[in-house]
Design a protein around this ligand. Structure first.
Ligand SMILES: [Zn+2]
Length: 245
């Protein structure tokens, strides 16, 4: 038994050519949840999983590149032959922005800093990051493995808030060191240093701005992390070995 992560989309800010906004499929014990559902991700999800097999959605914050396709999911659930309800865990501001916010198929669960709860047999913990709107980083603890997702953040927050020694840190690295300070995001350099300081066992960088060269961001991150990092791309799947529990 393992915890698996599949990248649906990983573009920062807006989808680049052929890309999609942030969206990650997390599976353990035969159950499936999403971390974020940015533009383009609903289409890519259905190439891998029937919507009736999805057990829940986490939306980290209200920026459209992380939540836009939640509208399409609401439509699909509402008009399905067998309508069903779906837990949506998000900071309260997300629901307020939804066009279909009154439909009961989306079962809203407000999450705030330091909340902990269980969805689809996975233990989740949240930590508010350094980003404009209320934004929640997420720890997923399941199948004996721990995955930490930074969501969007500036350098005023740390992966260590999700716990030391993560099996995998999925961390935003929006641009290079030359762009540091332009907004509340991380460079590859900052992401690599943050993951090293938190003792993460592996680092997967994501949320690259579409016009920024990925090889440069990854190189910066690797230098600071101290070993090779992985760069997110649509379709990439990683399995985190568990303890057999
Ligand atoms: Zn973003």
């Amino acid at each position: 038994m393992s915890l698996s992560l599949t990248v649906l989309g990983c573009d920062g800010g807006y989808p680049g050519p052929g890309g999609a906004g942030s969206g990650y499929l997390v599976q353990a014990g035969g159950r499936s949840i999403l971390l974020d559902l940015g533009p383009g991700c609903l289409s890519l999800l259905q190439q891998r999983l029937a919507l009736e097999d999805l057990d829940g959605v986490v939306i980290t914050h209200e920026h459209p590149d992380h939540r836009q396709d939640l509208e399409g999911l609401a439509v699909a659930l509402h008009f399905a032959e067998h309508p069903r309800r779906m837990p949506v865990l998000a900071p309260s501001g997300v629901r307020d922005l939804m066009y279909f916010r009154e439909w009961e198929e989306l079962q809203w669960v407000d999450v705030a800093d330091r909340d902990q709860l269980e969805v689809a047999g996975m233990r989740l913990a949240f930590s508010r990051t350094d980003h404009g709107p209320e934004t929640m980083a997420v720890l997923v603890d399941a199948a004996g493995a721990r995955l930490g997702y930074s969501a969007d953040t500036g350098p005023g927050w740390s992966l260590g808030e999700l716990g030391e020694g993560l099996d995998l840190a999925l961390c935003e690295a929006t641009w290079t060191a030359a762009e540091e300070g332009r907004a509340q995001h991380l460079s590859g350099r900052q992401a690599g240093a943050m993951a090293r300081e938190a003792g993460a066992k592996a680092l997967l960088i994501t949320h690259r701005w579409p016009t920024i060269p990925g090889s440069k961001v990854a190189q910066e991150a690797s230098l600071e992390f101290g070993s090779a990092v992985l760069a997110a791309r649509p379709g990439l799947t990683l399995s985190l070995p568990g303890t057999g529990k």
